[in-house]
Design a protein around this ligand. Structure first.
Ligand code: ADP
Length: 162
């Protein structure tokens, strides 16, 4: 049983994340999308909301499930008996940070490999931060996130105007 963990803030999940999830689901028996608490990043959505948005988006992928975690990713991955951690690479700008993170994670647990996946080129410019910014300025995010994420974003921004 080959298990991969796809960790991130997912604040909120975008079509770029979903593209990576679908690619990983073809390679592994089981993919766990692990939503990190990451309070220091002051997420717009609560941990529970972020996890529920992922759950809904992966409903039709039988070998993918959503979970949440806090603390060290490598400890979490070990508890899940995972062989790999998936990270998405959009552009060279992601590389330096991701490279550092991957090597540090290897020091923490050398049995777990980090695997980088590139999304479809149309998604290489997408990030949760940009999606939130567009939505908060009244822009249309229909092409960038699943429909239920768009609805949640609009509701959240109505409660908490930018
Ligand atoms: P984090 O806070 O860990 O960076 P994110 O939710 O922003 O969490 O991203 C999780 C992972 O998904 C990271 O590896 C990030 O590089 C990747 N990612 C984010 N957006 C995209 C995208 N549009 N295409 C491919 N990978 C992406």
């Amino acid at each position: 049983m080959r298990t991969a963990i796809y960790p991130g803030s997912f604040d909120p999940l975008t079509n770029g994340h979903l593209d990576v999830i679908q690619r990983a689901a073809k390679l592994f028996d089981r993919v766990v999308v692990a939503v990190a608490r990451n309070e220091s990043k002051h997420p717009l959505f609560t941990l529970e909301e972020r996890k529920r948005m992922v759950e809904r988006a992966v409903r039709r992928l039988p070998n993918v499930r959503a979970d949440s975690f806090e603390g060290l990713l490598m400890d979490y991955a070990q508890r899940q008996s995972a062989q790999a951690v998936i990270r998405g690479l959009r552009a060279v700008s992601d590389f330096e940070f991701e490279f550092q993170l991957a090597l540090m994670n290897r020091k923490l647990n050398e049995r777990i490999e980090t695997i980088f996946m590139m999304p479809k080129d149309a998604y290489t410019f997408l990030s949760s931060r940009i999606v939130k910014e567009i939505a908060s300025l009244g822009g249309d995010v229909t092409a960038f996130v699943p429909a239920h994420v768009r609805t949640a974003l609009l509701a959240k921004l109505r409660q908490r105007p930018a």
